[in-house]
Ligand binder design. Structure first.
Ligand code: HEC
Ligand code: HEC
Length: 158
């Protein structure tokens, strides 16, 4: 049995070498025809790293009536309004001055779903879960900008 095992391992090692060789050849051919031919220029432009660059203008946030369609299931919905003046600090979360259970009705703001009022073990909470406190970790606004690279992404049908 032992002996057979060794042979088995030896064969496996040979296969690994073959795979490695195959990848070696592949990487050479990739170098010859680069996959990402498009050159991407950073927002700094041609200014070298050690020189100060001009700060690019902050783009205007999109305001979309009725919300922005999601691109795939379970995507955190995008923020359809400006959040330039909204602050989330350790002591205060201004998103909740509109989106919390107390204010969502008067502010006509969408209520966060039940998932936001549960601990990770599924225990129900009265307050928003601390795991959801930093809303912009998942929800982001959109802005009118020119795409840096061409993009033909299509939304996943629901
Ligand atoms: C001044 C009140 C107000 C504040 C502050 C506010 N929102 Fe909103 N939000 C709204 C209203 C009203 C809507 C409904 C859509 C609309 O009219 O823009 C909305 C919509 C949304 C939606 C879309 C929900 C959906 O189902 O499409 C998300 C996500 C959202 N807000 C997240 C946030 C986050 C995160 C913050 C903090 C960074 C925030 N909002 C701060 C009022 C507010
Ligand atoms: C860890 C990621 C995450 C964080 C942090 C988070 N959310 Fe969400 N949110 C989601 C996802 C994912 C959904 C959609 C799926 C669902 O129902 O959970 C959602 C849905 C929503 C909706 C849409 C409800 C509807 O019926 O259309 C609102 C409003 C919302 N969140 C507000 C907030 C606010 C306000 C905060 C901060 C207090 C926040 N979220 C923090 C991931 C997050």
């Amino acid at each position: 049995m032992r002996c057979q095992d060794r042979v088995g391992l030896g064969e496996l090692a040979m296969k690994k070498i073959n795979v490695a060789l195959a990848f070696g050849v592949l990487s050479v051919s990739i170098q010859a025809t680069p996959l990402f031919a498009e050159t991407v220029q950073s927002l700094r432009g041609d200014i070298p790293v050690e020189k100060p660059a001009e700060i690019p203008p902050v783009p205007r946030t999109m305001a979309v009536d009725g919300g922005i369609d999601v691109n795939y299931e379970d995507q955190p919905p995008l923020i359809p309004h400006s959040i330039d003046k909204t602050r989330i600090t350790l002591n205060q979360n201004s998103c909740l001055s509109c989106h919390s259970r107390e204010y969502s009705k008067t502010e006509n703001a969408v209520r966060p779903p039940k998932s936001h009022y549960k601990t990770r073990d599924g225990k129900k909470l009265k307050q928003i879960s601390t795991g959801r406190y930093f809303c912009t970790q998942c929800h982001v606004p959109q802005a009118y900008t020119k795409p840096l690279v061409q993009n033909d992404f299509k939304s996943q049908p629901e």
